[in-house]
Design a protein around this ligand. Structure first.
Ligand code: ADP
Length: 620
């Protein structure tokens, strides 16, 4: 049968071009990527063979072989794993069916010519196989799916197309798996040296749990330690061992921030090796919210997707190896498995405890972690009722008073006796929030406000009403509480408009604005600004309304009776002659309040006309 030609998807082709033309600081990572794919293929077949032992027959020892041919300038990585069918080849190597590709391209373009950055991106974006084009100008994949009778050869020079033809089974071990042959570029000849290859295997893939052999002439030597690192005692493992394992087996590409390694004994026996990353993976906010903790049973990898941790801990990478789950467990059966449920609960507790310890002992590290993963952890406050208090204790928020991240406990401890609630203000942008008129009355009374800028804050604050017995309140939702608290500096107590005049002004503004507001009232939260918007008591807070794009009708407009402008308007409000001026002022004040809340004035044309009128009085 002759070869058939296929075009790469446009995105894939662009990516390949980028791979081949980038300058990398650590080119050798391509080998780690190929070994990691081979190990996955062995894991897959070992799992499939549990229910179909014929797939492996007598050849049950999995291994990965690396051999170079200096004359032909080829490097071959071969495994006796699950292999690929023709359709698999097209699906897996012809397309990058990943939402992250576009993001990768953006990130890589952003990294520019800085050289090193794209390599970090390779693993991060899960495009491992294509990294072969960093060192090769042509690649041939010979493969046979375990249990099938046809062997295929996929070849490409990494430009626009690839070919699939019948392959030579003699290239495979045990008549299955894959042999990936790289036609190494002239200037990359170092990757044809057995000593160099052994060194790379040792440095990057030492703890891949299958034997990796490197051929040197007739001789073959195992270049890695192999074995199940997670079953080794902690005392025998170094930070370097853990990092390498994290990168070669757990799909990490950064260095782990924290490592959690232990064996649980008792009702269930299992080993746990988890890593908390330092950097966010590209798909952290993918709607699928997939986790990255693999389930092994008696050292056999069963699935990547056992739900061993709740979705809000999806950034945790690693594995759990159970001693007492049945090996013949189907992936479907895992969903309601009581052992999985029990492991999940124990693991969650362990991770949250570890984060708690880190928060205490490594404040800087924790703050960095929080800035990267805090928004994900906060999803748990919303959805994990049982652990809500533990999660709230781990949360950090920007304190308007202190100008740094603090915990709710810190906030509560600094509260004045008469302060009735924990106050927060939610919006999109920290700098804008800091300027918000909503904060003025709080600042003047020495009351701290937590500024929240993550979309998820709008959700959890909707279900959490208190912390440690203290109510949690958005400053946009009513500010009656403030009356009970004295101003810090009595000199701030500027003379306010008298109540009767204020009532007249409020009535006049209400009439002028009609349906554009749901109420107009006196404000006690303002000191410097004349006006601000507020939510009706009991309504969603302002930012939440914006996020949900829910038109709950107009807001409340609050007037600051101590502001000179409002005072002078109030004095004129009773006088019919000033009615047109009051009306104009009412509209302009509403627009001003909308602008400082981060909204556009609803009546832009009217706003512009009125402002021009006012400015014209300056022009004389
Ligand atoms: P990833 O490993 O992140 O899925 P890759 O681009 O490295 O991405 O590989 C794409 C897919 O090709 C893999 O998911 C796997 O299905 C298949 N594949 C790659 N190498 C092998 C191999 N040695 N044996 C079997 N399948 C493989």
């Amino acid at each position: 049968m002759s070869a058939e030609r296929f075009e790469f998807q446009a995105e894939t082709a662009r990516l390949l071009k980028l791979m081949a033309h980038s300058v990398y600081s650590e080119k050798e990572v391509f080998l780690r990527e190929l070994i990691s794919n081979s190990a996955d293929a062995c894991d897959k077949l070992r799992y499939e063979a549990l229910s179909k032992p014929d797939l492996i027959g007598e050849a049950a020892t999995f291994r990965i072989d690396i051999s170079a041919d200096k004359d032909a300038k080829t490097l071959t990585i071969r495994d006796n794993g699950v292999g690929m069918s023709r359709a698999d080849l097209i699906d897996n190597l012809g397309t990058i069916a990943r939402s992250g590709t576009a993001k990768f391209m953006e990130a890589a373009a952003g990294a520019g010519d800085s050289g090193g950055a794209p390599v970090d991106l390779i693993g991060q974006f899960g495009i491992g196989f294509y990294s072969v084009f960093i060192v090769a100008d042509r690649v041939e994949v010979t493969t046979r799916r375990a249990g099938e009778s046809e062997t295929w050869a996929w070849t490409s020079d990494g430009t626009g197309a690839y070919e699939i033809a019948e392959g030579d089974p003699a290239k495979l071990r045990d008549g299955r798996g894959a042999a990936i042959t790289l036609y190494v570029r002239d200037d990359e000849a170092e990757f044809l040296e057995p000593a160099r290859l052994k060194h790379i295997v040792k440095s990057y893939s030492d703890h891949v749990p299958f034997s990796i052999f490197v051929a040197d002439g007739e001789e073959e030597t195992q270049a890695n330690s192999g074995g199940a690192l997670w079953r080794q005692p902690k005392s025998e493992l170094s930070e370097k061992d853990y990092t390498e394992f994290y990168q070669s087996v757990c799909g990490g590409y950064d260095a782990p921030w924290r490592t959690i390694h232990y064996t649980a004994e008792g009702r269930h026996e299992y080993s746990v090796l988890l890593f908390l990353p330092t950097m966010a993976p590209f798909d952290l906010y993918d709607p699928a919210r997939r986790g990255a903790v693999k389930l092994y049973v008696k050292r056999v990898a069963i699935t990547d997707d056992a739900g061993l941790l709740p979705a809000y801990l999806r950034f945790v990478r690693g594995l759990v190896d159970s001693q007492d789950m049945p090996l013949n467990l189907s992936r479907e059966m895992l969903q309601n498995n009581p052992i999985v449920a029990s492991i999940r609960s124990a693991l969650t507790k362990r991770v949250l405890n570890d984060l708690g310890k880190a928060a205490e002992n490594d404040a800087d590290g924790y703050e960095k972690f929080w800035r990267t993963f805090g928004p994900v952890l906060k999803e748990g406050v919303y959805e994990d009722f049982e652990r809500r208090d533990d999660l709230l204790a781990l949360c950090r928020f920007y304190s308007a008073a202190k100008g740094e991240l603090i915990s709710l406990k810190d906030y509560a401890e600094a509260m004045a006796d008469k302060q009735a609630a924990i106050y927060y203000l939610h919006g999109e942008d920290l700098e804008r929030l800091k300027q918000s008129p909503q904060l003025e009355g709080y600042r003047a009374r020495g009351v701290d406000v937590l500024l929240m800028t993550d979309p998820v804050d709008g959700f959890w604050t909707g279900v959490v009403t208190e912390f440690d017995g203290k109510p949690l309140k958005s400053v946009t939702q009513g500010a009656e509480d403030l009356d009970a608290l004295p101003l810090e500096d009595a000199a701030d107590e500027t003379p306010a408009a008298n109540d009767a005049a204020m009532a007249t002004l409020i009535a006049a503004v209400k009439t002028a604005l009609g349906d554009a507001v749901c109420d107009v009232r006196k404000s006690n939260r303002l000191t410097e600004s004349p006006v601000c918007l507020a939510a009706r008591e009991g309504d969603a807070d302002l930012q939440m309304r914006r996020m949900l794009n829910r038109d709950e009708g107009p807001c409340v407009l609050e007037l600051n009776p101590s502001h000179a402008l409002i005072r002078s308007l109030s004095e004129k409000a009773g006088d019919g002659a000033h009615q047109p001026a009051i009306e104009n002022a009412a509209h302009l004040l509403l627009a001003q309040a909308q602008i400082s809340a981060g909204e556009a004035p609803k009546d832009a044309a009217g706003f512009s006309r009125r402002l021009t009128d006012v400015l014209s009085t300056y022009a004389g």
